[in-house]
Ligand binder design. Structure first.
Ligand code: SAH
Ligand code: MG
Length: 828
């Protein structure tokens, strides 16, 4: 581009040329070469083309530019020792002067906040101030801050962070530069000095010595110099935005509360940036090429059985770039594959989802989330062995290629190592799905305790404020707060400590708890006034307490619970709600059967067991089994308060001697639950894979052998009615509509939903195999009217005496136990 054309354009180099002509003394008109490579994408690209190593070594690019400039016919003078170039006054002096003297909006002198990133990782990042002025060249000022005389000895990095950012890193050109330029083969050894790992990590190329992080420069937006303060807060947010969970936390503006969820259930329940966008951001952050998604539709066994009327796909794509074959098969389900490549196009991570989805975008989001979850675990525990990473990958349908993968993340080790130093916190975060010994102290719950307690799949809406508190002091520093923060229960969308506390309270209640301090970096990223937080952290005379004496105080109020769609439909469209009708149906059978013992397979939060206590029955022993600890915790809570001697609910059942909750899978046999009078299994089998449901059928009728078994499951044929009515009533909520359309079943957790014929086929074959009789019934709708009941029910009755089973190992773990004592009986 010609000089004149450049000066009349808004090319960022324009500003540098003007400033260069304003430079006084022997540097008048000289442009530092690194400015050209740093600001001109085309030049930068060409350099990479000449030698791909230029990507990680910016000195190489500088050298190419110098060399090219030297070959230009006479008009350019280069100063090789100073790494700058200059035109030899090809234009009249007046022209240059008039351009240079054009008024700029800049005041005489301005202080801009910047940061010094010392080359040694042991030294902390410190704030510093750069004074820029209308007349001077800001790069000369930065040069002096770096301890060199002028701009030509400064290297400018690419922009860092978001695409629109002007944040760059500045460092000195290596002292031994001349050596480098004189002999290629020695280049590497010659570029000495202390490698600045933190700066290199951000810039994506090698940086030596101390570096300055600042947001100053010429942009495409204006010829005036742009500047903005860069604070420690900015730095820690940049650091956080390198991690998958960090990108998510920032997108939710909840650094201390949010977590990258471990599952993507539905689009309408997800909050914050979507997994695919987070993955793209992650790749950009680490200078990896855009991830490649390929979604394909393939007919699957379960979906091919769907009646045609249920398969009108919603394929109004969300503008996702998708390649690959796409069969327009109306009964098809979508599968997705994601590939991540290294800078030099080597495959480093590959995720090929086994599961299929009804919507293409759901398949893509889930595949992206799997990759993110895997990467997140890696960032949380950077010293994980290849074996650990591989086995983690197997769970997530991921394969990774260590030899290329680790090369792309060399700097993470040292820069993110802080994450390791904090034991419990990171340990419990790395296993968001298991119950953890979390270090929460002084939980304090207030407010009336009757109401809805959130269950999995619900959306909880809370108000939250998180403050830094110092032991034994009144000081409280608010770090993060939100009037209304919504998240899906049971997906790990918030830190486990917070979710555990929310699970214990009901709408209207408030709770506060104290938690050990997370990594300092997280606190700084959350806190706007890092200087203030820093002062709280560092011991000084005014602040005798520091880090180890501080903790976080979370205060929340549970504002609202939005139940999962299935529950809402069951409440809105049936009176009494379908769930109540199911429970009532079971209660009636139990009473008629004069049973003394009952086991509820897949008892969930204990709704059946709880209602049973409201009726007078002949039951002496009631037991619940479930695989979900969360559900069992809720069940234990309700049963406990109802059965406690000082409960003010009067027990109608005065024969009850014991109540027990077990954790375990109903597909495993435990002889302690063998030979009960009644077994119930309400809306459970559809939550298992079809094969497991069949296995459960065989195990329950051949080993558990209850006298009566009641099994309920949705009638798939009834969904048309549910969807029609819900869509009508939800006309104004596009999110809701989307959710209904994206889910072929009533609940995203259902693995299948059977038609009446499929259910009868399963139940009759099962009954015959194990000498039971079976009768069909249901609740919601009517037997004779199409499309049958909303929930279909099979009642199995044992035809012969149950065989005796030898004791086998205990498969289940007792979660909660109650048995009558004299004192509690007298209280009844
Ligand atoms: N029966 C309850 C809960 C239904 S929700 C009610 O009617 O309200 C389905 C329940 O089945 C969930 O609590 C889930 O944890 C449980 N579940 C799914 N698979 C299971 C298995 N293999 N073993 C035990 N419980 C299971
Ligand atoms: Mg269900």
């Amino acid at each position: 581009m010609s000089f004149l054309k450049l000066l009349s354009s808004l090319h960022p180099l324009n500003g540098h040329f003007r400033a260069a002509w304003r430079r006084e003394g022997r540097f008048n008109g000289y442009i530092p070469v690194s400015v050209i490579t740093g600001y001109d994408a085309k030049v930068c690209h060409l350099c990479k083309y000449i030698n791909p190593e230029g990507e990680s070594n910016s000195f190489l690019a500088t050298k190419f530019v110098l060399r090219a400039a030297a070959t230009l016919p006479g008009s350019v003078s280069t100063s090789e020792d100073q790494l700058s170039v200059r035109r030899q006054n090809p234009y009249p002096l007046e022209l240059i002067e008039s351009l240079v003297n054009q008024q700029s909006g800049l005041p005489e002198s301005t202080s801009v906040g910047a940061l010094l990133i010392p080359s040694s990782i042991k030294n902390s990042v410190e704030p510093l101030t750069v004074s820029v002025s209308a007349n001077g060249y800001y790069l000369d000022v930065i040069a002096r801050e770096l301890g060199v005389t002028d701009a030509s000895q400064v290297m400018v990095s690419r922009t860092i962070g978001k695409a629109s950012s002007e944040v760059r890193l500045y460092c000195c050109t290596p002292k031994s530069y001349q050596l480098v330029s004189s002999s290629d083969s020695h280049a590497k050894e010659a570029v000495q000095g202390c490698l600045n790992e933190r700066a290199s990590y951000f810039a994506g190329h090698l940086i030596y010595g101390d570096a300055i992080l600042a947001s100053i420069g010429y942009t495409w937006r204006s010829t005036d110099l742009f500047y903005e303060d860069v604070s420690l807060h900015t730095y820690y947010r940049l650091l956080l935005s390198k991690m998958p969970s960090g990108i998510y936390k920032l997108s939710r503006e909840a650094v201390l509360a949010a977590e990258l969820p471990v599952v993507f259930t539905t689009r309408s329940n997800w909050r914050g940036s979507f997994p695919k966008d987070i993955l793209c951001t992650f790749c950009r952050q680490h200078r990896l090429p855009e991830p490649v998604f390929s979604a394909a539709s393939s007919p699957s066994e379960s979906s091919s059985e769907l009646p045609a009327s249920h398969s009108n796909e919603d394929r109004n794509g969300e503008g996702l770039a998708v390649s690959g074959r796409e069969l327009v098969d109306s009964g098809g389900a979508f599968r997705c594959e994601v590939k991540i490549f290294s800078m030099c196009q080597k495959l480093i991570i590959e995720c090929s989802l086994k599961k299929t989805y009804k919507k293409q975008s759901d398949a893509i989001q889930n595949a992206a989330l799997n990759v993110l979850s895997w990467l997140n675990s890696y960032f949380r525990k950077l010293d994980m062995s290849i074996e650990e990473l591989s086995s983690l990958g197997v769970e997530l349908d991921i394969q990774f290629y260590p030899q290329h993968f680790f090369k792309e993340f060399v700097w993470c080790q040292s820069v993110h190592n802080y994450w390791h130093s904090i034991g419990t916190y990171s340990n419990c975060l790395s296993q968001p799905n298991t119950m953890v010994e979390y270090s929460v102290r002084s939980i304090n719950i207030e407010g009336p305790s009757s109401g809805v307690s959130p269950s999995s799949g619900s959306l909880a809406s809370i108000s939250i404020s998180i403050s830094l508190v110092a032991e034994g002091e009144d000081t409280k520093e608010l770090l993060e707060s939100s009037e209304e923060f919504e998240f899906e229960i049971g997906t790990g969308a918030v830190i486990p400590h917070l979710e555990a506390v929310v699970a214990q309270i009901v709408v209207g209640q408030s709770a506060s708890f104290i938690m050990e301090l997370p990594p300092q970096e997280l606190v700084f990223a959350a806190c706007n006034d890092s200087a203030r937080a820093l002062s709280l952290f560092s011991p000084s005379e005014q602040n005798p307490y520091f880090l180890s004496d501080c903790s976080l105080e979370y205060s929340i109020v549970l504002l609202r619970i939005t139940e999962p769609l299935e529950e809402r439909m069951e409440k809105a469209l049936f009176s009494p709600p379908l769930s109540k009708q199911r429970v009532d149906y079971a209660v009636q059978h139990i009473r008629e059967s004069c049973a003394t013992s009952l086991v509820d397979f897949g008892c969930g939060s204990g709704s059946l067991l709880d209602s049973l206590l409201d009726y007078s029955t002949s039951l002496e022993k009631i037991v619940g089994v479930d695989i979900s600890q969360k559900a069992l915790t809720r069940a234990a809570k309700t049963l406990h308060s109802k059965l406690s001697p000082n409960s003010n609910t009067l027990l109608s059942n005065n024969r009850l001697k014991s109540a027990l909750l077990y954790e375990g899978s109903v597909t495993n046999f435990d002889h302690r639950l063998s030979g009960f009078d009644v077994g119930t299994c309400l809306e459970v089998i559809e939550h298992m894979e079809e094969g497991q449901a069949c296995l459960f059928g065989d195990i329950v009728l051949s080993l558990f052998c209850p006298r009566i078994l009641i099994v309920s499951t949705p009638n798939f044929e009834y969904n048309v009615i549910l969807q029609k009515s819900t869509l009508q009533s939800q006309d104004d909520d596009p999110d809701e509509k989307n959710q209904i359309q994206s889910c072929k079943f009533r609940n995203h957790d259902h693995k299948f939903e059977w038609t009446r014929e499929q259910f009868a086929h399963w139940a009759s074959a099962l009954a015959t195999r194990h000498n039971y009789s079976v009768e069909y019934s249901g609740v919601g709708g009517a037997a004779g009217v199409e499309p049958g009941f909303a929930s279909q029910i099979a009642v199995f009755r044992r035809l012969f005496d149950s065989p005796n089973h030898i004791d086998s190992a205990h498969q289940y773990e007792v979660i909660w136990e109650w048995s009558i004592t004299d004192s509690s009986r007298s209280a009844l």
